[in-house]
Design a protein around this ligand. Structure first.
Ligand code: ATP
Ligand code: MG
Ligand code: FE
Length: 343
């Protein structure tokens, strides 16, 4: 099936087109530059930018893929979670498109899409798959028997998401928003010389929060360390702090992901979401999976951050697996739970 996917949950207007399990195009317009000076995404600004970018991005996607809208077999859209106003622009656009073309509409979960995108990169997902979802708003370990309708949460962050921690620490270090890519780059020139805390990895925490994460204590520890340096009138070794912070995050994420695979008898791990673009996370996950005999799948960095291809990829799976289409009255669900794949 030829499926067009629309993503507008945050500040990226993404339109992807997939034929079956093959990616034809991934077109993106981003309003990230308009938010940078505010140090975070401004919802109203994001919604207006989606409205302006939507039709041009759809046209660009079709032109690049060499397909006509009339050829589409289905339309898929992110129905949640995300910014309510931003989601509404995508959902309303997808409804109009599906209605005018007379094709089924699939309202899908943004987080399941972060997992499903790997299908257009590396082929069908093993069932079950263990997924580590690490993004700007979420950090979860998921057991995924079927990405089109059965996603189970083994644990998730009890405070900040991994991407949020990257963004907050970047701010402390005076790096621009969004901070993840800047920390990644800065860390390449640094050494892991500071032993920052690994949240929820010791003693009783490993009983009560075995597959949960906590990153707010780490963020506070980095902040205190930097403040102490500044108070002493000493320069802050930005590259070393970035490398040490990044090491602490990736150590916890990969350790718990491998443990979750082992304890659930799953021999494959998929990593998705914006933080999966991180070079140290990718390298450490590969080392630890190799050592544990686990097959690792991580999409190319451009498919880890938000995009339309991921929505088209999940939509195409819905069609291939014969899932029923969504109703045209489907809502934009800003707090859609990770376990609900479809609206
Ligand atoms: P969610 O998917 O939870 O709704 P989101 O869609 O806003 O959140 P994504 O686009 O999936 O988030 O990911 C964005 C996050 O990924 C940001 O926090 C960003 O800093 C982080 N990120 C992007 N690239 C990297 C990188 N190379 N290293 C670390 N973090 C990164
Ligand atoms: Mg973004
Ligand atoms: Fe995302």
């Amino acid at each position: 099936p030829l499926v067009l996917g629309i993503e507008t949950s945050c500040d990226e207007t993404g339109v992807g087109i997939v034929r079956g399990e093959t990616l034809l195009v991934d077109a993106i317009a981003s309003s990230v530059d308009e938010h940078a000076r505010f140090g975070g995404v401004v919802p109203e600004v994001a919604s207006r930018a989606h409205l302006e970018a939507m039709v041009p991005t759809i046209e660009r996607a079709c032109a690049t893929a060499g397909v006509s809208l009339r050829d589409l077999d289905a339309v898929a859209v992110t129905s949640g979670p995300g910014l309510a106003g931003a989601l509404m622009v995508g959902v309303a656009s997808a409804k109009a498109l599906a209605l005018s073309l007379g094709v089924p509409l699939y309202g899908v979960n943004h987080l399941a899409s972060h997992v499903a995108v790997d299908i257009v990169e590396h082929g069908p997902l093993p069932e079950p798959t263990l997924a580590l979802l690490v993004s700007g708003g979420h950090s979860s370990l998921l057991l995924v028997p079927d990405v089109t309708h059965d996603v189970r949460s083994l644990g998730s962050t009890i405070d900040d998401a991994a991407g949020e921690a990257f963004d907050k620490v970047a701010r402390v270090l005076g790096l621009p928003f969004p901070g993840g890519p800047h920390i990644d780059r800065a860390a390449r020139d640094g050494q892991v010389v500071i032993d920052f805390p690994r949240g929820l990895t010791q003693g009783r925490d490993m009983e009560r929060h075995r597959f949960d994460f906590s990153f707010s204590g780490l963020k506070t520890a980095v902040s205190r360390w930097v403040q102490a340096r500044e108070a002493a009138g000493e320069p802050v070794p930005v590259a070393d702090v970035a490398a040490s912070f990044q090491e602490a995050v990736t150590d916890v994420l990969t350790r718990k992901a491998v443990l979750a695979c082992r304890e659930n008898g799953v021999e494959n791990l998929q990593i998705g979401g914006g933080v999966a673009a991180n070079s140290r996370l990718r390298a450490m996950a590969q080392e630890r999976c190799d050592a544990a005999g686990i097959e690792l799948r991580v999409p190319r960095p451009g498919l880890c951050t938000d995009n339309g291809a991921m929505v088209a990829a999940l939509g195409a799976q819905m069609v291939l697996k014969g899932r029923p289409a969504s109703d045209l009255s489907l809502p934009a669900d800003s707090s859609m739970p990770v376990t609900l794949v479809q609206s």
